[in-house]
Design a protein around this ligand. Structure first.
Ligand SMILES: *Cc1c(COP(=O)(O)O)cnc(C)c1O
Length: 366
């Protein structure tokens, strides 16, 4: 996608002049470990039912605006009421609507390096970020500073596990944040299902959800793009106080979640326990890959609670290009981002994906 020409920019408001079309830095490769997707995909048995459900969609009708069946299923899973749930066109839409509803002119407490979408979407609706940078060595949030800054901010976002650093936040810390921030706090749990085994059955995957009762400013975000292997379906959901859900529903495009995606997601969520074996394999693979990489010269790794991890290695940008060009393996380069010098983000894949990665890195670094 080309850049926006100056003659077109002059039609845009000044606060949007810094924007450019999103570049996912994607190149087709044999092994894709760049976007934190679930390379196991949907289990075959679940996929068969999913395809049958798609065939039954009445595509001439508008979708169910609030994804009623899916909403009810998600609510039952998480032990909340349907009024606590809003289904969205991917977590990204939920993040955008969060800022649209609560952000105009507001000050956002943000904890970089983190998901860049927060600052980007916030900036579109006049949000200014108050950035409390993570510790440069551990890449963990500096809680004292965050909590000190919280009362002077209007809203906050915290990511657990965080992308791209991989660390999860303790529930007790989230609670302190909920008490310190005067407005809504978005807890982005896109990777919550990877925080440990058994999360899909339990319904409370390493999550801040139990805090909702006492803290109506908690806004939890989940997605089916990661653990459920449905990134292409674009389904995310928010769990929050019914009043917050109403505000988010008021700013959304009513038909943003199409009927096909609703049908596919409903099957996946109903049969969620069938995703568990692959998730367990993935968690074991995460340890295996990290242990093997730790042996390679010059590699620094951070522990991860997600389906990806960050590694620091001298000449990271060049290494990423050689992985792509000589081994057809795609990982994500963060080396030009503030605080992430020489860092690559690597998604944990299937055993064969990870073998390919370890073989290639052994050749290139060993
Ligand atoms: C992937 C991701 C999301 C949501 O992705 P969608 O595909 O839009 O559901 C949200 N937050 C973080 C931190 C992510 O990495």
């Amino acid at each position: 996608m080309s850049q926006i020409p100056e003659r077109v920019k002059q039609w845009m408001p000044a606060h949007l002049h810094g924007l450019e079309p999103y570049d996912p830095a994607f190149t087709p490769c044999d092994t894709i470990l760049s976007a934190n997707e679930n390379n196991f995909g949907v289990p075959a048995s679940v996929r068969d039912e999913m395809l049958a459900a798609l065939a039954g969609v009445e595509e001439m009708r508008y979708p169910d605006a609030l994804s009623g069946e899916l909403r009810a299923e998600l609510a039952a899973w998480h032990g909340v009421e349907p009024a606590n749930v809003l289904v969205c066109n991917g977590g990204d839409e939920a993040i955008f609507n969060f800022f649209l509803a609560f952000g105009g002119g507001a000050k956002l407490l943000n904890c970089p390096p983190t998901f860049e979408v927060y600052e980007l979407y916030g900036s579109m609706v006049g949000v200014s970020a108050h950035n409390v940078w993570r510790d440069p060595e551990t890449l963990r949030p500096r809680w004292d500073e965050l909590l000190a800054a919280a009362p002077s901010c209007d809203l906050a976002v915290i990511t657990s596990p965080n992308n791209p650093t991989g660390d999860a936040v303790e529930r007790a810390q989230v609670e302190l944040l909920l008490e310190a921030v005067p407005g809504p706090v978005l807890v982005d749990e896109a990777y919550a299902e990877f925080t440990g085994a058994g999360q899909l059955a339990a319904g409370q995957p390493g999550t801040a959800l139990p805090l909702l009762q006492a803290h109506p400013n908690l806004v939890v975000l989940h997605t089916l793009s990661k653990a459920f292997g449905l990134a292409g379906a674009r389904i995310g959901y928010v769990i929050a106080d019914p009043g917050v859900i109403s505000a988010l529903a008021a700013v959304r495009q009513p038909y943003s979640v199409n009927s096909f995606s609703q049908a596919a997601a409903l099957v996946a969520v109903r049969r969620r326990e069938e995703f568990e074996p692959n998730l367990r394999t993935l968690l074991a693979e995460r340890s295996r890959v990290q242990c093997a990489l730790a042996e390679l010269p010059g590699v620094t790794l951070w522990p991860s609670d997600a389906n990806f991890f960050l590694m620091r290695v001298p000449g990271a940008a060049q290494l990423r290009a050689r992985l792509r060009d000589e081994h057809s393996i795609l990982v994500r380069d963060f080396s030009a981002k503030p605080g992430l010098q020489d860092c690559l983000r690597v998604t944990v894949g299937r055993p064969e994906d990870n073998d390919a990665l370890l073989g290639a890195l052994g050749t290139l670094l060993g």
